[in-house]
Design a protein around this ligand. Structure first.
Ligand code: GLV
Ligand code: MN
Ligand code: MN
Length: 423
């Protein structure tokens, strides 16, 4: 019997409902009582990993937490030595997050394994579900720590970075049960990888506008992140005349508006100052130091780099005019990445087989697939989200769309099995 016949497609909502219930469970695991915040290598991450590990074991997966804290469940192939198809996404979140960005991809992957397990026969390739430990970069300002470990792109210099409480990354990894000295051992052999596929909420409005439940990602936009500090002079709010001040916050504010101005002028550019800290921080003290985060994105890498250079020069000019010095540090940079055209076409065929139009769209958000693309061909399926809202507790998906995503991935897997058997 061909493998394809072992797949049964369903419009049943039971699996989708379980995925959403599990998103609710993970959504309640937070570092903060009233909002969802789950940073890399924290007790909340440990609890999330424990919940997902339990669900993985229930469906016959062999589970391990790797040296950096990724949770990996493996569902063996029917024969040893077969390649591995990696599915997954991340379990860390931004601050005051929604509950689907990341976990949806992990839990849809898990539901697919659950279906396979219920059907019985193993596939000719192994399936792994990766729940990455850090994609957002909230704790150490450098994202993709989890997937970087798998591709060998983890930079050991990052181990000395400190979080806002002064905890070094190496220390956080050790406390989480990992081994900072052994992260390089997580590096995977590209020859053993079949592909990496990630399901993710769209985080934008396109699918909703088109009336489509899912879409296929064509490219993932490149991004650069910088930490910028304006250093002026703290002083008395009542005694220092306005023309003698070196107010670091005013410099940072002027720079922030310059960021917005440039991004509004340049087509295709998006740029954001998302974090701002002011010191010493008292109502009657002129700010002596203002540090901010800068996030710059464009599909065209050269245009993005040009924008970063322009903004660097703008910061220096603003500082010079105000007698405020500027410290500028590039924290990370990733180029625009293309998803595999062949896998994208296979996803499109799966969507069309279920009776939907297959729309291909770029991703403005970064994803673990960016890093994984250096290891294996990557594919991403986007799921419509309400109002295109994300990085916000109002993130929402409907059950029917999750069910379509599951059925699309099921069909895609079936087709992958057929083509694998032909090779
Ligand atoms: C990930 O969420 C990103 O910031 O692109
Ligand atoms: Mn995100
Ligand atoms: Mn994400």
């Amino acid at each position: 019997m061909p493998d394809y016949e072992t797949f049964v497609f369903t419009t049943d909502l039971t699996d989708a409902q379980r995925v959403r219930e599990r998103c609710d469970v993970l959504g309640a695991i937070s570092e903060e009582p009233d909002r969802l915040t789950r940073r890399f290598a924290t007790p909340a991450m440990r609890a999330a990993n424990a919940a997902v590990a339990g669900w993985m074991r229930d469906v016959g997966m062999v589970v391990r937490q790797d040296g950096i804290g990724n949770l990996i469940g493996r569902y063996e192939a029917r024969e040893a030595g077969a390649k591995t198809l990696l599915l997954g996404s991340h379990l860390d979140t931004v601050r005051d997050a929604g509950k689907y960005d990341g976990p949806l991809g992990v839990l849809v992957a898990l539901a697919l394994v659950e279906r396979l397990h219920a059907r019985g026969p193993r596939l000719p390739f192994a399936l792994e579900v990766a729940a990455f430990a850090d994609e957002e970069g909230l704790r150490y300002h450098t994202s993709y720590l989890g997937s970087r470990a798998l591709t060998g792109a983890f930079d050991p210099r990052d181990l000395s970075r400190e979080d806002e409480d002064g905890v070094a990354m190496a220390e956080a990894i050790r406390a989480f049960g990992g081994d900072p000295a052994a992260i390089d051992r997580e590096r995977r052999d590209p020859g053993a990888m079949l592909a990496y596929c990630e399901v993710h909420i769209e985080q934008g409005p396109v699918l909703e506008q088109r009336g489509l439940p899912v879409g296929v990602v064509s490219v993932i936009m490149g991004q650069g992140r910088c930490d910028v500090a304006f250093v002026g002079q703290a002083g008395h709010a009542g005694t220092v005349p306005m023309d003698l001040r070196h107010d670091a916050l005013c410099a940072a504010a002027e720079f922030t508006l310059a960021v917005e101005g440039l991004a509004r002028r340049e087509a295709g550019l998006v740029a954001t100052v998302g974090q701002l800290a002011v010191g010493p921080g008292a109502s009657n003290v002129i700010p002596g130091r203002a540090t901010l985060s800068l996030d710059v994105r464009h599909l065209d890498d050269a245009a993005r780099q040009e924008a970063c250079l322009f903004l660097h020069n703008a910061a220096v000019d603003i500082g010079a005019r105000r007698g405020v010095s500027v410290e500028w540090r590039l924290v990370q940079e990733s180029a625009t990445v293309s998803c595999s055209p062949a896998l994208g076409a296979a996803l499109s065929r799966a969507i069309e087989a279920l009776g939907y139009a297959a729309l291909s769209l770029p991703s403005g958000a970064g994803h673990d697939a960016v890093v994984m693309s250096t290891l294996a061909p990557v594919a991403m399926l986007f799921v419509r989200c309400k109002g295109g809202v994300s990085h916000n507790p109002a993130e929402a998906v409907i059950m029917e769309d999750v069910a379509v995503a599951l059925d699309v991935m099921d069909t895609f897997l079936a087709n992958l099995v057929d083509s694998y058997n032909l090779v």
